[in-house]
Ligand binder design. Sequence first.
Ligand SMILES: Nc1ncnc2c1ncn2[C@@H]1O[C@H](COP(=O)(O)OP(=O)(O)OP(=O)(O)O)[C@@H](O)[C@H]1O
Length: 871
Amino acid sequence: MQDENMLEAPSGVPQTGSIHARSHLKEMTQAAANGRSLIPQPQKSRAQCAPSSPERRRVASISTSRPTKSSVKGHSRVNTFSASSRTQPSASFSSTVGPGARPPSYPAKRPHSSLSESRKRINPSISRPATSLDTHEEETAGHGKKHNGRQYLHRSASCILPREWSSRGRGNGFLKSPGIQARLRRGVTHATGGEEPELSATLHNQTFSPTPLKYMDPLSPLPTHYGPPKQSPSKIPKSSTPSKQARRNSWDIDTKMKSMESFMETLMSQMNQAGQSSSVMKETVELYKSQVSELKTANNELTESNLSFRVELETIKAHLANTENALKAAARDHEIAVDDAERRHRGELETARQESKKELEAEISRQQEEARELRRRFERELEDEKAMRQREANQVTSQYTMDIRRLQMELDGRDQQIAKLQNELKAFRDDVERERNRNRDLRQNLDTASNNSVTLESTIRALKARIEFLESGREEQSQAFERINQQMLDAVAETNATKEKLRQEETLRRKLHNQVQELKGNIRVFCRVRPPLDHESETHVAEIQYPDQSEEAKEISILGPEERNTFGAVSRKNNVFSFDRVFEPSAQNAEVFEEISQLVQSALDGYNVCIFCYGQTGSGKTFTMSSQDGMIPRTILQIYDTAKSLEDKGWKYTMEGNFVEVYNENLNDLLGRAEELDKKKHEIRHDLQRCKTTITDITTVRLDSPEMVDSILRRAAANRTVAATRANERSSRSHSVFILKLIGENAFTGERSEGTLNLVDLAGSERLSHSGVTGDRLKETQNINRSLSCLGDVIAALGQGKEGGHIPYRNSKLTYLLQFSLGGNSKTLMFVMVSPLQQHLSETLTSLKFATKVHNTHIGTAKRQARVRDC
Ligand SMILES: Nc1ncnc2c1ncn2[C@@H]1O[C@H](COP(=O)(O)OP(=O)(O)OP(=O)(O)O)[C@@H](O)[C@H]1O
C-alpha cells in the first residue's frame, strides 16, 4: 500500500502536502540515489559495461518484465528500450519502484493494447536475451544488411560474453572448453534468472554445435532463443537443423550455404514477423513514450515537489536548526538564569543568613542591654530602697535620739522645775516662815486681839450692857460694822496692788533683760571648736588653747603655722582671739543653748533675733544648729516652755515657722515640694513700717506642739537631699534659714509682741578659688563668696552706726532676707565654728579673724516690736 501511495504521490503529494508523504520523501530520494548509483555510465569500458551480477539481475528483471510479442523484432524493441533506459534517469524510477511497486491504478491508465497485455497474451514466460542484439537486429532488419548484423552480433556478443570468449571464441574448440561452457551456462542461467531453462538448454546445445564459431557462436542460439518458445524448435525445418549428417559434412560449403540460407529464410521470416509486430511495438513504444513523458512530467512534478519539499525541508531544517539554536540559547539562557537565580538565591540566602545573624546578634545584645538595664534599674531601686530604709532607720534613730534628747530636755526642764519648785518651796518656806512670823504676829495680835477680845468681850459685855442699856442705841453698832468692812476693802486693794506690782516687775524684768542683752552687745560672737572625729587622728589636731576656760571662757589661743622671717628663723605665732564665749570641744549643745536661751527669750519678748553659724565646711555648723539636740529644737522647746509659763502672766503665743534655702542667689522653700526646688520663684518683701519680712509662695507651718519641729527638720533635710546634685554637698553650698515668728498677746495688759527668730546655717566659708572651676561649681563659688562677703559688709556697715547710713542689704539674697534681723532692732549672735584639725588651720584663722571683726562691731540699740493694745 505504501508503494501505491508513493506512485500516486506525484499527483497527490503536492496538492495535499501530506506530512505522511513528506516523511517518505527522504526514502524516495535515497532510493532514487541508490537507483542512480546502480546505473552504469554509458561510455565505460567493456569490463565496466558488463554489469555485475546484481545489476545484471536488476536489468534482466526489468527486461523480462517488459511485454513482448512472439516476434523477435518486437522483443528487440523492448530490449532497446530496456538497454537505452539504463542510461536514463527514468531507469532509476523503474529500478526504485520495481515490478511490485507499480500501483494497481497505473495499468488502468494504459491503453488497452499495453505491453503487459500483449505479454500476457503472447507468452509471459518468454525470456529476454541477455544482449543488445535485438536492437541491432532491428536496425539491420530495417536496412537488410546481414553483414552488419553479424558484425554487430559479434560486437554485442563480445560485450556480453567474457573476454576470453570474445578473444578466443573464433578458435576451434574454444566453446568446448569445460570452463567456458560452465561459465556460459552460469552466465546464461544468471542472465535469465533461472527462469528460462530452454534458453539455457539451447545455449548448451549450441555450445556443442560443430558450426564454426564465426557464424554460429553468436547466431545459432538466437533463433531458438528469440523464436516463439513452442514454435521455434518445431518451426525450424529439420533439413535446416544441423543434424548428425550435417555435422559430419560440416566442411561441405553447399550444405552450409543451404543451411545458412534456410536459416536466413527462417530468420527473414521471423524478421518479417517482427516487422509486422514493429507497428504494434511502435504504438507500444509511443504509448511508452507518452507514459514516459507522463512519468517524466510526474517525475518533474515529483522533482519539483521534491525540490519544494527539499526547500521546505531545508527551511524546516533551518527553522529546526534555528529552533534548536534558540532552544539551546534558551536552554543556555535558562541555565544562566538558573545559575544567576541560584547565585542570587545563594547571595540572598547568605544575605538573609547574615541579616538574620545580625538581627539575632542585635536581639541578643538588645536582650543583654535590657537585662543590664533591668539589673541597673533593679540595683538603682535597691539602692533607693536601701537609701530609703537607711533614711527611715536614720529617722527612727534620730527620732529615738530626739525623744531621748527631748526627754533629757524635759528632764532638764523638770530639774529646772524642781529647782524652781525648790526655790519656790524655799520661797514658800520663807513665806511660811514669814507667815509663821506673821502668824506669830497675828497670834500676838490675836492674843492682843484676844486680850482685846476679852477687852472687847468685856467691852461687848459692857456694850451689851450698854446695848441693853442702850437698846435704843444702834448707831454704835453700825459704826463698828463699817469699820470691819473697811478693813476688808483695804485687804483686797492691797492684793491688787501686789499683783500690779508683779506685772510691773515682769515688765521691768523684760526691760532689765533687754538691758542686760544690750549690755552684752546686740551682736555677739560665740566660738565653738568641735572635737576631732573618730576617723581624724589626734596627731593631726592643731594646737588650740583655752586660756580662761575655767573663768569667763572667752578666749581661744591657736598656734599658727610655721613662718620664716627675713633672717630665716622659723617661728609659730600664737593667735589669741577673744569672743563673748568660747566653747571647747567638750561642750555640749545644752551648754551652748544656755547661752543663747536669753536671746530666745528676747524673741519671745518681741525682738528680732538672728543666730547664724559661720565656718568652713565640716566645722560643725549643722551639728550645732540643726542636729536633733541642736539650737533649733532646743529653741522651740524653750519657746513652748516659756510661752506656757507666761500664760499665767497673761501671755498667749502663736508660732509660725518657715524653712528656706538660699542657693545660687535663689530662694528655695525647704518645706515645699522637692521637685519645685530651684524652679519655683520666691520673692522677699519688706514692710518697712512694721519692719516685717514676708516671702511669696512660701510654706508656713504653724507650730502647735514641740513635736512639729522634728517633722520640719526632716522635711527640709529630705528636700535638700533630693535637690543635691553632688551628694551631701548641697548643705555646704547653700545657706539655710529657719525663720520662727513669735506673736504674743497679753490678755490682761493688752500687750502684743511680734518677735522673729532666725536660725541660719551658712554655707562653707572656706575661700574657694575660682581657678580650675567651671560651670555650676564656679557659679556656686561666686555666689557663696559674694553672699558671705555681703554679710561682712552689712555687719561692718552696721558697726559704723551712722544714722541713716546705707546698709548694703540688697547686695545679696541672704542679707536682704535678714534685713530686719541684722542690726537696728535686732539681736545677732554669730557662732564661729572651728575645726580642730591642723590641716584646716589656715581656714580656722581666717574664720576667727572675720569673727573678731564682727565681734568688734557695735550695733545700735535694739527696738522691741511691741505695742500696748488700746483698750
Ligand atoms: N561639737 C561636736 N561634737 C561632736 N561632733 C561634732 C561636733 N561638731 C561637729 N561634729 C561632727 O562633725 C561633722 C561635721 O559637722 P557638720 O556637718 O555640722 O559641719 P558643717 O559645718 O555643717 O558642714 P557643712 O558646711 O558641710 O554643712 C559631723 O559628722 C558632725 O556630727
